[in-house]
Design a protein. Structure first.
Length: 277
């Protein structure tokens, strides 16, 4: 008979908590590759060594693990650096505090919708004056480590502030603005650039940076061309061109729904499926 003590329960809880928090941090980012590989390896090692007691295969896996750990660090060094910076960044801590405040204060959706309107208005005004814009809007994946590459602002979303930041010759106009938790987190940020060869040649660095960001995270990126004033949106590694003001507004409303709304829709879909059955 297997003996089960309180310390065993605590051990399982701590390990599960660590894996869950790691999953939350890496969800929607390229770092999920590391998490998947490590989790699979740990499960295989546990089954081989502790469940089936296969000594020969277990010893081989132990030998491979010594070399494999080094290979993982080499192959995923960018993702590991990103993960560590997210884990210990002050901005990440501030975002946790804001989440707690949001739960306690029970903010409604008015702030969220106001932010979308302010972004849409700023983008439209910048498009009229052919002012280059690169706005990254956070979704599930945390973007605090990208924010650290620029200047931390932590301000309410305001169309005039956005326009002033991207105005030509201002110190932060060349970088990207990152919006997180319905606030302007940072500006002048550096983004990863896409290496795809199928991007039209007339599109500049802003479009490549926007695509690169959506290839590595689940963020939505709004781009205004400095040459033509045309508006584009990058999402899930794809680029939508020549959008109108209404197109931008509808895409933002549809893609940036508050988490609680998405959960309610999923519940309603399940209920409808059960009724149809």
């Amino acid at each position: 008979m297997i003996e089960f003590h309180f310390k065993d329960l605590l051990d399982i809880f701590i390990v599960a908590f660590i894996f869950f928090q790691t999953y939350r941090l890496l969800k929607g980012t390229s770092g999920m590759n590391i998490f998947t590989v490590l989790l699979t390896f740990v499960l295989v090692w546990f089954l081989v060594s502790h469940v089936f007691h296969m000594e020969l295969l277990g010893s081989i896996i132990n030998k491979v693990a010594n070399v494999g750990l080094i290979l993982i660090v080499i192959l995923f060094q960018d993702e590991i650096r990103t993960f560590i910076s997210k884990l210990f960044s002050r901005t990440a801590t501030n975002s946790i505090v804001r989440k707690i405040k949001k739960i306690v204060l029970k903010n409604d959706d008015s702030t969220h919708m106001s932010g979308i309107e302010q972004i849409t208005q700023a983008v439209f005004n910048c498009a009229k004056t052919k002012t280059g814009v690169l706005i990254v809007i956070e979704q599930q994946a945390e973007l605090s480590h990208y924010g650290l590459s620029g200047e931390i602002i932590d301000a309410e979303i305001n169309s005039r502030l956005i326009e002033n930041i991207f105005f030509k010759n201002t110190p932060l106009h060349d970088g990207a603005m990152i919006i997180s938790k319905d606030r302007i987190m940072a500006a002048g940020c550096i983004l990863p650039v896409s290496n795809r060869t199928d991007i039209p040649k007339h599109l500049g660095l802003r479009h490549r940076a926007g695509l690169g960001m959506t290839e590595k995270t689940d963020a939505l990126v709004v781009i205004v061309s400095e040459e033509t004033g045309r508006i584009s949106i990058a999402l899930k590694g794809e680029l939508l061109y020549n959008l109108t003001l209404d197109d931008v507004r509808m895409l933002l409303i549809d893609e940036l729904k508050p988490k609680q709304d998405i959960e309610m829709e999923e519940i309603e879909e399940v209920d409808n499926d059960e009724e149809s059955i």
